[in-house]
Every structure is written in structure tokens, then in C-alpha cells.
Design a protein around this ligand. Structure first.
Ligand code: 2P0
Length: 335
């Protein structure tokens, strides 16, 4: 019949977020509940975003399909099961997703990917859900994805309930609160295969003493302090906490057994350069942070664009430095 020919479709985008207080470790692996709260800055979708279309039709082959950047992907049933009521419809589902940045760049794309997937499927089935509710669902697909459902400065609270219903993202401040914030992303060229996040964090949970100390004694105070710094638009405080938490996170990786190395010599050159710039200027104008890989993200304020981006490019942009140039520019016109 004619109705059988219909294709139902929903398209959406989601941004990348870069944590300044890092998520690392699960207290519940099945529900994807974190050991500590985290906080991130959502980057502009003009620079980095995932575009996802979810569609369903009786004409599609019976199996649900997922395609990322033109490549068919294996579907994980547990991850599909967390999607907003997909089985309300018996029609086969087709999901096509594309990043506007090179996947080879090694930038964490799972956050934007799962956030876009969850919103597209919710839209497809016309399930009106708030960003809060969608973040709770996205969390189950990939922890950091819950923070990509909101713009600006976003906290993911650990929550206290065993069922995870209070472990979700919330906006600490909209992007417009601190519109001068910028981020520069430095991509390391010859990249080695990292330990995947999910595996790496569980090694850390089970083997590092420092990890427990960070989660219990360090992160709660840093969360409160960085939220206050954001409210006050105090870049000096924001920057110091950001750099210290990146360092503590990577210290817990080094304290794991066997140790996990995400940063390399090229990453460390960026750390030294940022400290050198801050010392030479006599105030904190730049802050680095590193995720589960060697790439650097450098936060700064727009007024210091020439100073920070200019110096970083002049020094690290030289081909011999190991950095891929000329990076992504003026990134975090945070939306
Ligand atoms: C973060 N990372 O807060 C931290 C910092 C990497 C280092 O969240 O197992 O891909 O899917 O929940 O979210 C990367 O971990 O891990 C991550 P799963 P996810 O952004």
C-alpha cells in the first residue's frame, strides 16, 4: 500500500564538548554512572559538529543500520536499547551520521555522535523530551555525550541514586555568559593507537590509588571552584583549575597498572609553551587540557587571541614540532 512506501525522517546536529574537569571512571558500568562529576565547555557547531539523520521505513531491509562518515558500523544492541523508545515503531531504523571534522584527527567524536543520535531518534518518534531527559539517555551510550545536549558551560553530576536517574547534565552558564572564551585545538600528526576510554578508565578504577583520592578529595572542591570562576568570569582561576585537573587526570593514568600514556613529547611541548607564555605575559592568558589522547585544547579569551594563538602557531606550527598545522582556528565561539 502507499503508506508502506513512506520514509519517516528526522535530522539534527550536536556539538563537541571539551571537559575542564575530567570524567574518568565508572561506579556502574551497565548504567554508565561516573565516579566523579565533570564539567565541560561546548564548542561552536560552526567548527565541530555531528550531523545525524534517523529514518525508518517499511521499505528498508529488516536490520537496523548505522553509518558513520560513509562507513557501515556494527550495531551494539545494548546501545540501541537505550535509545528513546525505538521499538514503539516496528519499522527498520536507518541512522546516518557525519562529522564536519576529520575523524582521523583523533578528536573525541563519540560525545557529539551519541548526543546527535539520541536527539535524532527522539525527534523521529516525535517524543518531546527536554535536554535534561535526553542527556540522561545519551549518558548510557557514552558518558561524555550527556554534556553535548546543552550549550555553554555544562556540568554532569554523578547523582546519588542507584538507578542513575539523577546522573545527568545541567547547564552551569550559557555561552553568552562568557562570550570571549575561545579554544584552539592542536592536533598531533603521527598518532598512535590509544587505549580506548572505556577500557582505560576501568584499568584506572581497579589499579590506581591516586584515582580514589582524586574522585573523593580533589574533584568535589574543583567542581565548586571552577563553577564559581565561571560565574565570575575569572579566567585566571578557570585556567589554573583546568590545567591542574588535566594534569591530575593524566597522573591517575600514569598511576594505573600497567600505566596508561595519553600525552606524548609533543603534548608536553604544548604544556611548557603555555606555562612559558603565561610567565612571560605576567598573567594567565592560556590554559591547556588533554583528553584520552595527545591532542591539546588551549582555552583563552578573545582579547588575547594574537598573543596566545599567534605564539602557539608561530612556535608549534613549525612542521618539525610534530603538530599538524594550522589547527582549527577561533574554535570556541561557544554556542
Ligand atoms: C571527558 N573523557 O570528561 C573525559 C576526559 C576522556 C578524558 O569522557 O565509556 O567516550 O563511553 O562513557 O565518554 C571519554 O570517555 O567514555 C571521556 P564512555 P567516553 O570528556
Amino acid at each position: 500500500s502507499t503508506s508502506n512506501q513512506s520514509v519517516y525522517r528526522a535530522t539534527t546536529t550536536a556539538p563537541v564538548n571539551i571537559a575542564v574537569i575530567k570524567y574518568w571512571g565508572k561506579r556502574d558500568v551497565t548504567l554508565n554512572l561516573p565516579t566523579n562529576s565533570s564539567l565541560s565547555v561546548t564548542l561552536s557547531q560552526r567548527s565541530l559538529r555531528t550531523l545525524t539523520t534517523a529514518s525508518c521505513s517499511a521499505n528498508y531491509p529488516a536490520e537496523d543500520t548505522l553509518n558513520l562518515n560513509g562507513q557501515p558500523q556494527e550495531i551494539h544492541p545494548s546501545r540501541m536499547a537505550m535509545l528513546p523508545s525505538p521499538k514503539l515503531s516496528t519499522l527498520p531504523l536507518r541512522i546516518v551520521s557525519e562529522n564536519n571534522f576529520p575523524t582521523a584527527a583523533g578528536l573525541a567524536s563519540s560525545a557529539a555522535g551519541f548526543a546527535a543520535l539520541v536527539r535524532a531518534v527522539a525527534d523521529l518518534y516525535s517524543l518531546p523530551q527536554s535536554a535534561r531527559e535526553l542527556s540522561r539517555i545519551a549518558r548510557q551510550g557514552s558518558g561524555s555525550a550527556c554534556r553535548s545536549l546543552m550549550g555553554g558551560y555544562v556540568a554532569w553530576r554523578t547523582g546519588e541514586l542507584a538507578d542513575g536517574s539523577d546522573s545527568l547534565a545541567e547547564e552551569v552558564a550559557p555561552a553568552a555568559h562568557w562570550p570571549e572564551m575561545r579554544a584552539l585545538i592542536l592536533v598531533v600528526s603521527a598518532e598512535k593507537k590509544d587505549v580506548p576510554s572505556t577500557e582505560g578508565m576501568q584499568t584506572t578504577v581497579h589499579t590506581s590509588d591516586l584515582f580514589d583520592h582524586r574522585a573523593k578529595n580533589v574533584v568535589p572542591e574543583r567542581m565548586a571552584a571552577i563553577e564559581a570562576a565561571i560565574q565570575a568570569r575569572d579566567f585566571h582561576k578557570f585556567a589554573e583549575i583546568t590545567m591542574r585537573d588535566s594534569n591530575t587526570f593524566h597522573a591517575t593514568c600514569l598511576d594505573s597498572w600497567p600505566p596508561i600514556f595519553y600525552m606524548n613529547d609533543v603534548s608536553r611541548a604544548a604544556v611548557r609553551l603555555v606555562h612559558d607564555i603565561n610567565r612571560a605575559v605576567g598573567r594567565t592568558v592560556a590554559a591547556y587540557t588533554f583528553d584520552a589522547g595527545p591532542n591539546a585544547v588551549i582555552y583563552y579569551e578573545e582579547k588575547d587571541e594574537a598573543l596566545v594563538a599567534g605564539t602557539v602557531k608561530a612556535i608549534l606550527g613549525a612542521s618539525a614540532s610534530g603538530w599538524e598545522g594550522p589547527f582549527y582556528e577561533k574554535l570556541a565561539n561557544v554556542t
